[in-house]
Design a binder for this molecule. Structure first.
Ligand SMILES: Cc1cc2nc3c(=O)[nH]c(=O)nc-3n(C[C@H](O)[C@H](O)[C@H](O)COP(=O)(O)O)c2cc1C
Length: 152
């Protein structure tokens, strides 16, 4: 069975807790899933991941969380072919910041530039992210379900 890889980039734990919720939803939908902190991920890992969800916050002035910084620097500098990757991005941010959800947007655009294909459009959540998360989850998982047969 295909494995669903769930990647998070967080500073204070919000993205990690939502990624954990996504892994729980994955289990109820019969997916085998693996949860990864982007601190432990190399861009080349994505080439063989197949199917991925990214839950990432934005810090500084539109920057990645500290733990995801090295991953993203490497992703920005690589030409790794990610055409085998299907993915969706959920961003966490705060609309009071000028660069609202900038890291989620930059990540999404870089993945697409390397050939990865979106399962669904990026969603950008604000500080009250619970409802937005629930809507994202309820959009993404049915789409993943449709893909499941082709990836088995
Ligand atoms: C110092 C600081 C800088 C931040 N910078 C941004 C930013 O540039 N853009 C944005 O959309 N949100 C920004 N945020 C909001 C965080 O992304 C938001 O609080 C998020 O829920 C944190 O998730 P995390 O716990 O997974 O890191 C910032 C928050 C803090 C405290």
């Amino acid at each position: 069975m295909a494995t669903l890889h769930i990647y998070y980039g967080t500073m204070t734990g919000n993205a990690e807790s939502l990624a954990t919720r996504a892994s729980e939803r994955a289990a109820t939908e019969g997916w085998e899933s693996q949860l990864h902190n982007l601190a432990d991920v190399k861009p080349a890992d994505l080439a063989s991941a197949g199917l991925a969800l990214f839950v990432v916050s934005t810090w500084g002035d539109g920057e990645p969380p500290d733990d995801a910084r090295e991953f993203f620097e490497e992703l920005a500098g690589t030409e790794t072919d990610l055409s085998g990757l299907r993915y969706a991005v959920l961003g966490l941010g705060d609309h009071d910041y000028q660069d609202f959800n900038a890291f989620a947007r930059n990540l999404d655009e870089r993945l697409a530039a390397l050939g990865a294909q979106r399962v669904s459009e990026r969603v950008e959540a604000d500080l009250d992210f619970d409802d937005t998360y629930a809507q994202w989850e309820n959009t993404v998982f049915p789409q993943l379900g449709e893909l499941k047969a082709t990836l088995a």
